[in-house]
Design a protein around this ligand. Structure first.
Ligand SMILES: Cc1cc2nc3c(=O)[nH]c(=O)nc-3n(C[C@H](O)[C@H](O)[C@H](O)COP(=O)(O)O)c2cc1C
Ligand code: SF4
Length: 653
């Protein structure tokens, strides 16, 4: 029986018919070389087409050399992209998936470039996030870029793509023109609303005159830029109302956020715990204003949520971009009703947009194959002898190793000393803003294990003898790490605790004035500060890094900073910890090399990193020739390394 009848009903958009209403929106994969999509990008999108996506919108393609967002942006204005586009289109069409590309000019928003070329914008109004002061565009530059949009659309059409989306979202160039806060021009492209709309109207008109009627052209826009001077849904409705009266628009792809500010940028790729499907209600307002097909996205992780959005008329199709990164087969599984087998996006941002901002190819914490399909898929398909594998430790690394080894046909025994699965995820689920992420990840693994043949043995401490009795061909140690204790005076003081205890019952006994010492810049110290401040403690966060949350993805950090300010947590940057001397906390300035005292305190919480647990690995050495360490017991890092090493180790067994 087919499930989700609204979601799997075909939809006609302009000249394109989608076989269902699930789409992957534009997102940079960094699989671009010299402006041209690589075979890695093809393999990446092919996996999602095979999985049943109705429409894939390829990542931002610059319409002009001045519009490159990074050095890995597609040169959409250059005919040399045609063969790569054509291969992608042909291959994805074989699976029934329609393919658009996104026509892009960032204006003042430039993430990275070979050298700092001049950024262009309607007026000299800076991007606060990137620290870019743009040069006001001359009229001939405006006309040149409008021609670039039209030319790039023709290139996409010639390559056999089904359509294009003009990126007006997130405060990029078209939105910079229509914004009264960014556009201060006094010519016909600035001033009154009609003038500020002239740029996008001329872009769309020139595209249509270049591609003819037989193509599909729409826009992406933010219904709410989520920042102080940004457009709101009221502005968005006015814009749509105006546009559809003047120029053919085949669809409107609705999202949220704005690139030039911290608060707005969060919504480009919203992290957990931002609410699921929070933009959907705006989709309905835009749909009513435009009377053209509307796509809506952002934190829609579940086909049931998507079905509801379509069935209640909030949108005609649903963008589920990260849901498809995590589980490319999600549409097929949803259609067959195999909901228990779908892995959900946990909103961690770590390897999708996190990789993008680090100039790495796209990845996924929950699906370490994502972005590496070309290299890794053949390894999964290789013949291999069946082995008995003992995995010790059921944290993320051990869980990923277990489900991968099981999927490859090995006999897997998973030993866990504690009475529950999850390892550090169990701590994380008690942290105020990591709860959803941890629970969702645990749920994904619990369901996968339940459907596997893995022999899970909880409450079993692994020793040399107990593991020898299992006669393993290979052993994988995934036994995690322990908190680091600095060698400074006063560490025996009962008022000094490790950060993990903040997320347990110990918090009730903690004193009023809490000082948190953070050497790591990750989620733990910040979550502890929030957790304690929410419980009316006066919290001081002392951090030795350059800035708070240095190791956390910037969009999540924005949410953290907001909460820290809301809760009046005192932040003291650039200090390490000199210990407790005569009841005073010694903090040492890492630049000035001066020492200061904190005399008013009741509790010290240490978040200073973790030390790998290596003892078991040493103990088990004589038991099997093939013995591996993965995740934190190899070296304490993040969830991403844990799951990646879990998968890669099982692949090489
Ligand atoms: C790695 C990455 C790169 C992205 N690049 C773009 C882009 O080029 N253009 C764009 O409009 N949105 C971009 N986005 C935003 C996505 O299209 C989408 O709106 C976002 O991931 C939220 O939707 P989701 O919750 O379904 O993933 C990007 C997202 C990710 C994860
Ligand atoms: S890395 Fe995290 S946020 Fe990104 S797609 Fe994977 S699970 Fe989702």
């Amino acid at each position: 029986m087919a499930h989700f009848k609204h979601l799997f009903e075909p939809l006609t958009v302009g000249n394109t018919t989608l076989h269902n209403r699930i789409l992957s929106t534009a997102h940079q994969t960094n699989h671009v070389h010299d402006g041209i999509p690589t075979s890695g990008m093809l393999a990446y999108h092919l996996a999602r087409a095979r999985g049943g996506a109705g429409l894939i919108i390829l990542e931002a393609a610059a319409v002009h050399i001045s519009g490159m967002l990074t050095t890995h942006t597609i040169a959409g204005y250059d005919e040399k992209v045609i063969p790569a586009y054509a291969t992608i289109a042909r291959t994805l069409h074989e699976h029934g998936t329609a393919v658009f590309t996104q026509l892009f000019h960032g204006g003042r928003e430039v993430v990275s470039s070979d050298y700092r070329h001049a950024a262009l914008a309607p007026s000299a109004e800076p991007s606060l996030r990137f620290g870019v002061m743009p040069r006001p565009m001359s009229q001939s530059e405006i006309h040149d870029i409008i021609r670039g949009f039209a030319h790039s659309a023709r290139i996409a059409q010639e390559a056999g793509l089904d359509g294009v989306e003009v990126c007006c979202s997130h405060g990029y160039l078209p939105a910079q023109f229509w914004s009264p806060h960014v556009n201060h021009r006094t010519d016909e492209y600035g001033g009154p609303f009609e003038n500020r709309m002239r740029f996008i109207v001329e872009v769309l008109e020139s595209i249509w005159s270049e591609v003819g009627e037989d193509f599909t052209v729409g826009i992406r826009m933010s219904s709410n830029e989520m920042t102080m001077d940004g457009a709101t849904i009221k502005d968005a409705v006015e814009i749509v109302d105006y546009l559809v009266d003047r120029v053919r628009l085949d669809f409107i792809n609705v999202t949220a956020g704005e690139s030039s500010t911290y608060a707005g940028s969060t919504h480009i790729v919203p992290p957990s715990p931002i609410k699921h499907a929070y933009v959907a209600a705006d989709g309905f307002k835009i749909r009513m204003a435009g009377a053209v097909p509307v796509f809506v996205g952002s934190r829609i992780v579940d086909p049931a949520e998507a079905e509801k959005i379509v069935s209640t008329g909030q949108a005609d199709a649903v963008a589920m971009t990260r849901a498809l990164i995590v589980d490319p087969q999600m549409p097929n599984k949803a259609h067959r009703g195999e909901l228990q087998t779908i892995d959900a996006c946990i909103g961690c941002l770590q390897a999708c947009i996190g990789h993008y901002h680090r100039n790495l190819p796209i990845g996924c914490v929950q699906n370490p194959v994502a972005g590496q399909e070309e290299a890794l898929q053949p390894l999964f398909e290789r013949d291999r002898p069946k082995k008995r594998v003992v995995i010790v430790g059921a944290g993320p690394a051990g869980l990923q190793a277990a489900v991968t080894a099981d999927a490859l046909g090995h006999e897997v025994i998973l030993l866990e000393e504690g009475n529950a699965l999850g390892g550090l995820l169990r701590t994380m689920r008690c942290a105020p803003m990591r709860r959803e992420l941890a629970e969702s990840m645990l749920d994904n693994y619990t369901r996968k294990l339940a459907q596997s043949q893995v022999d899970v043995r909880l409450g079993q401490r692994a020793t040399r003898e107990s593991v020898r009795l299992l006669e393993p061909d290979a052993i994988v140690c995934a036994v995690g790490s322990s908190p680091y204790m600095p060698r400074v005076p006063g560490m025996g003081d009962s008022r000094v605790v490790q950060v993990g205890s903040v997320f347990g019952n110990a918090v009730e006994d903690m004193g009023e004035r809490v000082v948190i010492m953070d050497y790591v810049g990750d989620w733990q110290a910040i979550e502890a500060a929030i957790h304690l401040a929410e419980r009316r403690r006066k919290v001081t966060l002392v951090c030795s890094k350059l800035f708070v949350g240095e190791e956390v993805h910037q969009f999540l950090r924005n949410e953290y900073m907001k909460r820290l300010y809301e809760l009046s947590v005192e932040i003291r940057m650039h200090y390490d910890f000199g210990g407790i001397v005569e009841d005073k906390l010694k903090i040492r300035h890492v630049f000035a090399q001066s020492v200061e005292d904190i005399s008013e305190w009741d509790q010290v919480v240490l978040s200073m990193g973790r030390v790998p647990n290596t003892d078991l690995y040493e103990e088990l050495q004589p038991v099997a020739e093939n013995i591996y360490q993965i995740g934190d017991c190899l070296a304490p890092r993040t969830l991403e390394e844990a799951t990646y090493e879990g998968m890669m180790t099982s692949l090489q067994l």
